[in-house]
Every structure is written in structure tokens, then in C-alpha cells.
Ligand binder design. Sequence first.
Ligand code: PLP
Length: 365
Amino acid sequence: MDKISKKIRKHLRIVKTYEGVDSNINLSKKSGIPTKNLIRLNANENPYGTIPEVKNSLQEIALHEYPDPEQKIIRKAISEYVSLPENLIIAGAGGDEIIDLILRLFINEKDEVIDCIPTFGMYNFAAKLSNSSIISISRKNNWELDTEKIISKITDKTKVIFIASPNNPTGNLAQENQIIDLLETGIIVCLDETYFEFSNFSFSHLLNKYSNLIIIRSFSKWAGIAGLRVGYAISSEIIIKHLMDIKQPYNVNVAAENAVIQTLKYKDKLFEKVKKLMDEKERLEDYIKSCNNITSFPSQANFILCKFSEFSSEKIYEIFASEGIFTRKFDQKMLENCIRISAGTPEQTDKVISVINKIEKNFYI
Ligand SMILES: *Cc1c(COP(=O)(O)O)cnc(C)c1O
């Protein structure tokens, strides 16, 4: 090993780059399709983008000034939105930063973090960065949580349990009795409700009973500002106080701060897009029901996990990519033959349906 590598902290030396969403440049290079013709259904983004009110307001921001380290205005706006006090809220540079901060707060070397796979990859990645061991518990056949198994794996080193509801990539919600069972263990339970605006279902009513509950939310998916990076956590006063103490002072930039305030001011306009996306998701689900070689799992979010009888995940990905449509593929055994398709505009759904129709007619064999 070279001299520099030896100096690098052991647990970080072996970390592999998080495989994030491909840039348009990469997608274009891979497919030979010009960037403006790419159909991005791989990251659960809002293809309508944000609304003009948000975009136009960005002109007036004082870019030379630092953002407010106490996040007063943004926390107040989110507080009104979620109908909970400001001191129970912290904003971050995406839900991703919130996940990272939570592990910074609770993890000592060799502690354990639980996630329930298949699920969002950031829990595993962030756990590795924090020098904890990730204990991954497989979900049941219908992707339900296996709470008995989770509870049986809890040790005195277990610090945090991550549950996404709706879960990415499976689309299903967690059930209240299961979440209560986990909360009753006293372990920190992070309920990731990034897709709340699509599912309209939250566990936030449990916050007043359980101080070990942290709810994670994001503006990336529903509000069309993934590029600005804003998410937040809602939790007990004590946890939020400590998260506020350890965060970088200027973690939410001024453009993001402004965009959140305008987004919440005109939220009904964005909810119209959310509704449109869920309509398209349903249309695609209905179409898939009529197919012989494809099934989909019921989803409460703006994406569908589809399973194909003939092809591997990679092959299906390639088929869609050859038509300019980018989906999310998987290499885990439990998701072989599966891809995740994000809800798109009506035109995008039409294109997806036409590709599926060709798959049904054995066009690609
Ligand atoms: C996309 C996603 C996030 C993170 O989103 P940010 O852009 O970092 O706010 C968090 N959790 C789940 C389940 C996601 O799918």
C-alpha cells in the first residue's frame, strides 16, 4: 500500500463511490441520444420541474450573503407546513445530509445500523462512512417489514433503524403497528418519508409519544428542486437541538432556502403536478395489469417497481435505454428481473407503454 493510502482511515479506505444518478452527459454518451431527447425516469424527479413563482424569485436573492445558520425563516415555513413547532425541525442539504447527520450524532465505532432491504442505498453508504456495521434485514415476499426479525437482530450496539415509507424502490408503506413495535424498543427509528406528498400518509402523529422517532422529508422529489438539495427532519426537541449543534452552519444555501419558502407559499400549484404524476403512475400500473410478461408491485409513491418474466434487470434497462428512456436497474438477487420506473408526463408514459407493448410482442428477443 502506498504511503498516502496508509494514512487514510481504514473504514474509509475501502468505501466505494455511491452510484448516484447518471448525469445527462453520461446518459447521452451511453445511448447516443442527444441530451435534450433523454427521458429521465431513473431518479423519481418531478419532470415538470418547479413552478415559475419559485424560479423567478431566485433572481432577487442576495447571493453575497451567507444563509442563516439558525434557519429561522425556513424552519418557520416548514413548521407551518407540517403543523409542528419550529424547534422540532431541522433543514439539511437534502435528506441525504440529514441521514449523515443522524449517524454522526449517534454512532460510535463498531455500532450497528439496521436497514430493511431492498431499500434506499444511502443508509448503507452513510453507515459505512460512520464506521458502523450495517445489518440488512430482508423484507418479506410482499416487501412488508419483517419486524420480528428486525427486533431479534437488535443488540446493545444497535443505534439506528432506517425505514423508508413509502419504501424506495418497492413503493409500499410501513404499517403503524410495526413502527410502534420498533419505537417501543427505544432504538432511534428514522422513518424516511421522502415520498410523503405522493402517498399522503405520515407517521408524524407518533412524534408526541416517541422521542426516539425521527421523520425525514425532502423537497427533491415532489417539489421539483432536487438540484437545490433541501430536505428536513422532524423529531423530538432534544434530538433536533443536537442535530442543530453539529450541522455545518450554512448547510442550506440561500437559493435552496428561498426556493423552499416560495414552494410552500405556492404549494397547491405543486400539488397539482403531484396529482398529475400519480395519475400517470396509475395509468402505467393499469396498463401493466393487462400485460402477460410484466407485473408491478402496488406503489404509494411516484414510481413503480416492475418485474419482467423474460429478461434480467440489465437487459430491460438496455431495452428502455435504446429507446431513450432511462430507468433504475438493480444488481441485487432479490430484484433480479426488476426495474424501477418513475412517473412521468403523459407523453413519457405513452413512450414507456409503447416499449412495454413491444416487449410483450417479443420485439426485442
Ligand atoms: C431520493 C431519496 C432521498 C434523498 O433525497 P434528497 O435529494 O437527498 O433529499 C431520501 N430517501 C429516499 C427513500 C429517497 O428515495
